[in-house]
Design a protein around this ligand. Sequence first.
Ligand code: UDP
Length: 236
Amino acid sequence: MQKQDLLYEGKAKKIWSTSDANLLISEFKDDLTAFNGEKKDSESGKGALNNKISTELFKLLESKGVVTHFVEKLDDNHMLHKKAKIIMIEVVVRNIATGSLSKRLGIPDGQVLPFVLVEFYLKDDALNDPILNDEHCMILNLVDDVKELDTLRAMARNVNSILKPFFFDKGLNLIDFKLEFGKDKDGNIILADEISPDNCRFWDVNTNEKMDKDRFRQGLGGLKVAYEEVLNRILK
Ligand code: UDP
C-alpha cells in the first residue's frame, strides 16, 4: 500500500491517504514537542520506535478483543490503519497521580489513586486542551449521544486493565496515558492514534526511573535509550 496525498500533519505524525478510501497511512515523525508545542526538538529513530511500540500494543489489545484502527506496520516509520473520524476528546487514564493532575489538585506526585481515574480533555491546541465534563462534551457536540461518553470511559478502562498488568510484568508501572478514539465507516467507536512513550508514562518498578516523554519534558536526557528499553521489555 502506497502513500498518496498528505491529509494532515500533526506534531508527531503525518497522515496520508491511500488507494483504498477506508485506509490511511500514519508516518511516525522523529519530532518531539512538549508544553503545547513551546518546547521542540527531534530525536533520530524516535518515530520508528513509537511505530514498533504502538504496533505491539495494538496487536496485544486486538488479541484481547479491543477494536482498534490498526491494520499493519508497513516499514520503520509507517503504519497502515483504518480511516476513522477522530472524536476530538483526549481520553486520559490515570493510575498514579503526577503531571497536570498533581499540579491542578495538589495530589502528591507518585500517590497511588484510590481508583482508576478517567478524564476528558478537549483536543484543541489553541485552547491548551482544557479539561471537560460530560456537559461540556455535549455542548460542544463532541459526541452524538451522551452514552458514547460512557463507551469511551469503558473502552479506556478496558485498555488500562490489559496494559497495566502487561507492563507490570515487564517491570514498568503504567502511571497514566492518553488515548484517542474515532468512528469507523459504520459509526463504531474504535481505538485510534498511537500508544507509545510519547503519550504514556512508564516508571521502572524498582527504581522509579522515568521511561517516557517526561525525559524530554523535564530535560533529563536519554530519551531514545528509554524508548528502546520500553520496546525491549515489551518484546521479552
Ligand atoms: N498526554 C498526551 N498528550 C497531551 C496531554 C497529555 O499524550 O496533549 C498524556 C501524557 O503523556 C500523560 C497523560 O496524558 O501520559 C497525562 O498527562 P497530563 O495531563 O499529566 O499532562 P502533562 O503533565 O503532560 O501536561
